[in-house]
Write a protein that binds this ligand. Structure first.
Ligand SMILES: [Zn+2]
Length: 79
């Protein structure tokens, strides 16, 4: 009798954790699909830097990648 109750609890626990695991798997799959649908607009890595257009600062004359151009520190620097 007591063994039967234990077995029932074990089965319920097994099913409970099984559903939890399945739910997590489904959520991970949903996230993966969302990532595929909306790929990052700026691909990370060196490949992106190679295709970037370089811009020259009018004031200091240094060349920088257009998207990540930063001010050289001068007050009249356009970046
Ligand atoms: Zn500058």
């Amino acid at each position: 009798m007591f063994g039967k109750i234990l077995l029932t609890i074990a089965v319920i626990a097994f099913i409970w954790f099984g559903f939890k695991y399945l739910g997590r798997l489904a959520e991970l799959r949903r996230r993966d699909e969302a990532d595929k649908v909306t790929p990052p607009r700026t691909p990370p890595g060196a490949a992106a830097g190679e295709t970037e257009t370089m811009v020259e600062c009018r004031v200091c004359g240094t060349w920088q990648p257009g998207r990540t151009a930063r001010s050289c520190g001068r007050s009249d620097c356009p970046y």
